[in-house]
Design a protein around this ligand. Sequence first.
Ligand code: FES
Length: 267
Amino acid sequence: MTLPEGTPETNSAAAAAPGEPTRKPVAEAGSPGSPVFDELTRQRTKEIISRYPQPRSALLPLLHLVQSVQGHVSQDGIRYCAEALELSTAEVAAVVTFYTMYKRSPCGQHLVSVCTNTLCAALGGDAIYQRLSERLGVGHEGTAGEPGTTGSITLEHAECLAACDLGPVVQVNYEYFDNQTTESATELVEALQRGEKPHPTRGAPLTDFRTAELELAGFYGDLEQSVEGPSAAEETLRGVHLAAEYGWAAPPLPAEPPTLPPLPEKK
Ligand code: FES
C-alpha cells in the first residue's frame, strides 16, 4: 500500500475497516486542539477511554495516539488530552515531560535509540552513539531530514533498553537490533535513510515511528504481523536451559498463602 509521506500505515483512511470513520478533519468551534485531530482519532480516543474505569487512566495510551498523528506531543496535543480526560493542561504537561517516550518536537520517519547505559556503553554503545551522531549531524533528540518524510531519522541516546545480555543494543521504533558495532549501526542507519526497513534481530518487522505509536496506543493494522517474530534470544534463555540441564526448579508454592502481619493503624 502506498501512503502519503509521514502517514502511519494503520492511521490512514485506506487502512480503515469498512464502516470505520475516515481521516477527514473536523474542526469544532471553540476547541483549540480540534482541527489537528480528525474524526478517526476522536473515535479512537473514545475507545481508549472506554478501556478504563477512570478516564484519567487513559492518559498514557492517549498520548501515544497523539504521537501517532503528529509525530510528537504538541501544545495542541496536550490541550486535546486535557479536554478529553477533563484534566488540566499542567497535569498532562507534567506527564509528557516526565516520560522520555513522549517527544516534544516532531520525530523523523524512524526513531533510532542507542543504549548508552553502563553495560552497553562499556561494550561500545558510546562509540556507536558518537558515530551515528556524526553521521547524521545531530545530537540527542535531533532529527536528520524533514521530520516524517521517508528516510528522516531522529536520534537519541537511551538508558537501559532491557537487553543487557545482547549489548550494545540499538532500537529502531522500539524494535531491537542486538550485538551492534559502529559499522553495523552505521549500515543500519544508512539503510533507513535510503528508505529501506532492515529486519530487526528479534520481534516484528519494522514499520515507522508513527505506526509504532499507534500500536502503543492499542491499535493494530494486522495484529498477527505486529507481534510476528521471535522475542527471546539464546543468551536470554541460557539460564532456563541450564536449569533444565541440571534439574533445578523453584520450590513448590505452599498450599495455603502465608499469613501476613496485621497492617499498622493509619494515623
Ligand atoms: S545496558 Fe544497554 S540494554 Fe541494558
